[in-house]
Design a protein around this ligand. Structure first.
Ligand code: C5P
Length: 232
């Protein structure tokens, strides 16, 4: 399980997405479809990218009352995605409902992970705007424990938190980590970022890389570099 680079396909249209994917001749990177592309193109884009042979992480971060999340997951279940997610802040009952909705009749289901705190969230924002006084790392570990209790497979977290999650929640509990930048890249709107090498050292299972690959002068070369630094 794990140790792969997932490219975030944060594009506004199918056309732009295929233009990007067509650069990867002969390679089929694991990709992430988020709300920008999904809301623009609908479920058909997921089926099409699966048909092209990619593994798909559908990153819609569901967060609603348990019954609604269960229904949403039932609709996603049949799309053939490999991985999808919810917000852990929806609570244990909501996450259990997500597991129920996603599980197929034969008992199998795609990987289900929970977002702990977004990697754009800083300690200051959490304290001042959300009135959460505890250190961000403690909040992330508690949300991860809730996700494990609800039967999920892992969490989305900052690579800086992946080590502590493996220590406290379990080595096999999956950590999927965005907030990745090559040394020298701009942080953009992310707060808690690190490099692919460092994420490997800390023990992330998957890294999610968006702009450092999609906005690179040579995206294929940037992907190869991330694979070299993180997987090999
Ligand atoms: O361009 P960049 O590498 O910052 O993209 C990171 C991707 O990971 C985006 O698609 C973003 O939605 C996603 N993500 C994140 N932080 C989370 C969960 C998902 O940045 N906690």
């Amino acid at each position: 399980m794990g140790k792969d680079v997932i490219i975030a396909l944060d594009f506004p249209s199918a056309e732009k997405t295929y233009e990007f994917l067509d650069k990867f001749t002969g390679r089929k990177p694991f990709v992430k479809i988020g709300m920008e592309l999904f809301y623009a193109e609908g479920p058909g884009i997921v089926r099409e990218i699966k048909k092209r042979g990619h593994k798909v992480f559908l990153d819609l971060k569901l967060h609603d009352i348990p019954n609604t999340v269960k229904g949403g997951m039932q609709s996603l279940r049949d799309l053939g995605v490999d991985m999808t997610n919810v917000h852990a802040s929806g609570g244990i009952k909501m996450m259990q409902a997500a597991v129920e909705g996603l599980t197929r009749e034969d008992g199998t289901r795609p990987i289900l992970i929970a977002v702990t705190q977004l990697t754009s969230t800083s300690q200051e924002m959490m304290t001042d705007e959300l009135l959460i006084e505890r250190p961000i790392a403690d909040v992330v570990v508690k949300y991860a424990a809730n996700a494990k209790a609800a039967g999920l497979d892992g969490v989305v977290c900052s690579p800086l938190e992946a080590g502590r999650i493996h220590e406290e929640i379990g080595a096999s509990f999956m950590t999927v980590t965005p907030g990745i930048r090559f040394a020298g890249d701009a942080k953009g709107d992310q707060s808690r970022v690190t490099t692919p090498e460092k994420a490997k050292e800390i023990g992330s299972d998957y890294i999610v890389v968006g702009r450092s690959i999609t906005a690179a002068a040579d995206p294929v070369e940037a992907y190869e570099r991330a694979m070299r630094d993180f997987v090999n």
